[in-house]
Design a protein around this ligand. Structure first.
Ligand code: AMP
Ligand code: ZN
Length: 114
């Protein structure tokens, strides 16, 4: 999608610190980290919201979760635990409309989130 920030990161039109890239999934460092480890994991294909996925996306969603877990593990910052979050819609604070998992670690993470 031409006006999507994360599609532009995918296409190299906006710089990002990419930490993983394969045919289906990209991970990169969040520009405003909320924890010592804060990366975003996105599908290469533009999907605006979690409300837009169907069962046909099951494999892709699984891949996002596996890459997120691997990023936590390989960061060396998640030995005491980590959190994977996807915000959907305004009440959850979704600000970029290309689905993404947040991977957070490196400090105690309060529960419930705000
Ligand atoms: P959300 O509020 O769940 O939609 O999360 C969007 C995330 O994207 C926020 O944590 C932002 O800090 C992050 N973000 C926004 N612009 C960029 C960018 N250019 N590069 C990396 N992360 C970004
Ligand atoms: Zn997009």
């Amino acid at each position: 999608m031409s006006d999507c920030l994360f599609c532009k990161i995918r296409d190299g039109q906006i710089p990002a610190q990419i930490t993983h890239r394969d045919d289906h999934v990209i991970a990169f460092k969040d520009i405003g980290p909320k924890a010592p480890l804060h990366e975003l994991v996105i599908p290469t294909r533009h999907i605006a919201s979690l409300t837009d996925v169907t069962l046909a996306d099951t494999d892709l969603l699984g891949r996002l979760m596996v890459v997120a877990s691997q990023r936590a593990k390989h960061s060396g910052q998640a030995g005491n635990g980590f959190r994977i979050v996807m915000n959907a819609g305004p009440d959850a604070g979704q600000s970029v409309h290309h689905i993404h998992l947040h991977v957070l670690a490196g400090r105690p993470l309060a529960w419930p989130p705000g």
